[in-house]
Design a protein around this ligand. Structure first.
Ligand SMILES: [Zn+2]
Length: 315
């Protein structure tokens, strides 16, 4: 099965399951023989599967694909862009704050994660969905908040959310009331992806994004690493993810207060011990990264401070 139809004209192409990582899902919006691809995923999977899916749907890649739309620039979402662009000749679209990751994939490892030398080396050797061994692509169009991307008679609206990463967008199709939430909203049970952000991201922005998404009329919620949610079930996901983000923030603050003075390493250790959720190894770097981003926003709020040697304390 190359693609699964969720509702008429909306398909998911699921990547292979990777242990401790889960799935990556790409989506196709098909109307009047035109296709919009949302997040081609990694180069291999879904990547290649998207072309198979198009063929099975009787669509010609070079004629029918009107765009390749990226929710953000992380490797598990844009790894397949270069190949798909060559196969379809269609324009690649991403928000300007994440365009640099599409143009130069290694910036994900070098600039978006809190990693030491060994960690950076390990990520370079990484064979999983977060690998960056694919060709960079210059986007054809920079997506802005409020932009409408046409596919057949439908129009998909970009909502710049900027929580998970600075350039993250979600996409809303109002006629069928479908929201593609990318990595801004995943609620796979106990998955730390509910709160993960990269160094350009922000937890307050993520909370704002959740409010904004929740205010839309949504019947189908389609996340990147989670199952699709329908009708009332879709509405429930927002409050659960909001709680998880707040809990994470509180956790960081409470730990800091209890410890007095700590560096990030100690907080990571404490968080792992306290958390009943095992942190998947492939996502390892995202925990210290998210803790640092959380502390930075608590610092802005005047609740914590950091000295020159990287020791954090509460005010
Ligand atoms: Zn991501």
């Amino acid at each position: 099965m190359a693609a699964r139809e969720i509702i008429p004209g909306f398909y998911e192409v699921q990547g292979k399951y990777v242990d401790y990582f889960g799935y990556v899902r790409s989506y196709l919006v098909v109307d009047d023989d035109e296709v919009l691809v949302i997040d081609p995923g990694t180069a291999g999977s879904p990547g290649r599967k998207i072309l198979d899916a198009l063929k099975k749907l009787g669509l010609q890649p070079k004629k029918s694909v009107v765009g390749i739309l990226c929710t953000h620039g992380h490797p598990d979402h844009v790894g397949g862009v270069s190949k798909l662009k060559r196969a379809t000749n269609s324009p690649v679209m991403i928000h300007e704050r994440d365009a640099e990751l599409l143009e130069d994939p290694s910036r994900f490892i070098n600039e978006r994660l809190l990693l030491d030398f060994a960690g950076r080396f390990a990520m370079k050797m990484e064979k999983g969905p977060l690998r960056v061994n694919f060709r960079g692509v210059i986007p054809d169009k920079l997506v802005q908040d409020g932009d409408e991307i046409k596919v057949g008679s439908l129009s998909v609206k970009a909502i710049h959310t900027g929580g998970h990463s600075a350039g993250h967008c979600t996409f809303y199709e109002p006629f069928n009331k479908v929201l593609f939430s990318g990595d801004e909203l995943n609620n796979f049970p106990n998955d730390p992806r509910r709160f993960y952000v990269d160094l350009s991201g922000s937890l307050p922005a993520k909370l704002n994004a959740i409010d904004r998404m929740e205010s839309l009329e949504i019947e189908y919620l389609l996340p990147s690493h989670d199952t699709p949610y329908f009708f009332d079930d879709a509405k429930l996901q927002f409050s659960e993810v909001r709680d998880a983000v707040r809990q994470f923030q509180n956790h960081a603050l409470e730990n800091l207060k209890a410890r007095g003075e700590v560096d990030i390493g100690q907080l990571v250790y404490d968080f792992r011990r306290l958390s009943s959720v095992p942190i998947p190894e492939v996502l390892e770097a995202l925990l210290p990264t998210t803790i640092l981003v959380a502390l930075e926003s608590l610092k802005k709020a005047g609740l914590v401070r950091v000295d020159q040697s990287g020791i954090w304390s509460s005010m």
